[in-house]
Design a protein around this ligand. Structure first.
Ligand SMILES: [Zn+2]
Length: 370
């Protein structure tokens, strides 16, 4: 005689059901021997003050499918996964009945086969949180990344507009085929205070008061790479440039002047074709650069000139150096050179010596200027 189900409104294995649709035997499970688990069942079952006996049972219909494995998974000798099917349903340890048709829904909700320990649950929650944070971080980075020139072109106007709104400023954007300008026009001075010209490869050239910032100065802002590959980087640059105390470094100013001197040289070459002037301009240019260089490197022409002055008069050479009139190599350096050429100051400057030095230095000069 199969056991009947004790759940109200369930007629599993009842004789009255025999002639209706319920003709087959419905598997049932006895109340658990474990006291704690048994109490749980009692609380879940929608029967007030129910005291189960050793004959009381709950049928399979009140358990989630996950609570009733049909077999167990194992590996055979050759490591193949196999399933051993049970001949009758078994209840997973710790399972509780949770499905009661016609009962309020909240009762159905309590399902807890194999309840995890608080510790493992806590670490699970932590891991899930971490995963979520990682995802948020990834999404943020993705939204911040400027993939290529096209995506820069598409979004730059809106981004600069947002920047303007938040900083109460008025930066302008000009989008061209192969570069994008972001600039700040100062209406007090009627001059462009700064502009950023970004090329197709996303490298920026930054100009402040029409002076191009040298790469070192940009790298201070761009940090790792010298490309505008993140919107946050662009914001940083703009903030930096908008800062009222912002001054162009001496390094950038020198580079700017060197570039302008180069323009002068080219113009003189074209219009005047005066080698004399070009030499003098070149010497000025080199002298200017030498003032700011920690490690002095002299051009072959400068070496040749220094050598000539030193050979003419050691005193004159020392005076030019000590009075800061010109930046010239240390006498030791010249002495090394003279030793290698086997001449000494004061000795008569014979023509063949000069020719030798001249041709040697000219060789060096030609190869370095190529
Ligand atoms: Zn039942």
């Amino acid at each position: 005689m199969p056991r009947k189900c004790c759940i109200p409104n369930c007629n599993s294995n009842y004789a009255s059901a025999k002639n209706s649709t319920e003709k087959v035997y419905v598997p049932v499970f006895q109340f658990p021997k474990d006291k704690e688990l048994c109490e749980k069942w009692k609380k879940l079952i929608p029967r007030k003050n129910f005291i189960p006996t050793e004959y009381s049972a709950v049928c399979i219909k009140h358990f989630e499918p996950a609570c009733i494995p049909t077999g167990y998974v194992y590996k055979d000798k050759s490591e193949n996964t196999k399933i051993f099917n049970y001949d009758r349903p078994k209840l997973k340890p710790g399972s509780c009945p949770t499905i009661f048709s016609g009962q309020p829904k909240k009762l159905n909700k309590v399902t807890a086969p194999n309840r995890k320990s608080p510790d493992s649950r806590r670490s699970e929650i932590l891991a899930r949180k971490e995963q979520l944070n990682k995802q948020i971080e990834l999404t943020k980075i993705e939204a911040d990344t400027i993939k290529d020139y096209e995506s820069f072109k598409t979004a730059v106007s809106e981004k600069v507009q947002n920047f303007n709104n938040s900083r109460k400023t008025d930066l302008q954007v000009q989008i061209k085929q192969d570069f994008i300008l972001i600039y700040f026009f100062d209406f007090d001075t009627m001059r462009c205070k700064f502009y950023i010209k970004t090329d197709v490869d996303l490298t920026p050239k930054i100009y402040v008061n029409n002076i191009q910032l040298c790469i070192n100065e940009i790298q201070l802002i761009l940090l790792d790479s010298n490309k505008v590959n993140m919107w946050s980087k662009l914001e940083k640059i703009l903030d930096h440039l908008l800062n009222k105390d912002f001054m162009v470094s001496v390094e950038s100013l020198v580079e700017d002047i060197m570039e302008k001197i180069e323009t002068i040289k080219n113009k003189v070459m074209l219009e005047d074709n005066s080698e004399e002037k070009i030499i003098r301009i070149s010497i000025l240019c080199e002298q200017l650069a030498l003032i700011f260089k920690e490690q002095k490197r002299y051009s072959p022409r400068m070496m040749m000139n220094s050598y000539l002055i030193y050979m003419q008069s050691k005193k004159c050479y020392e005076a030019l150096r000590s009075n800061n009139i010109l930046t010239l190599p240390h006498p030791k350096y010249i002495q090394q050179l003279t030793a290698s050429l086997n001449v000494s100051p004061g000795s008569s400057l014979e023509n063949h010596h000069m020719k030798l030095i001249g041709s040697k230095l000219k060789e060096e000069f030609d190869s370095s200027s190529n």
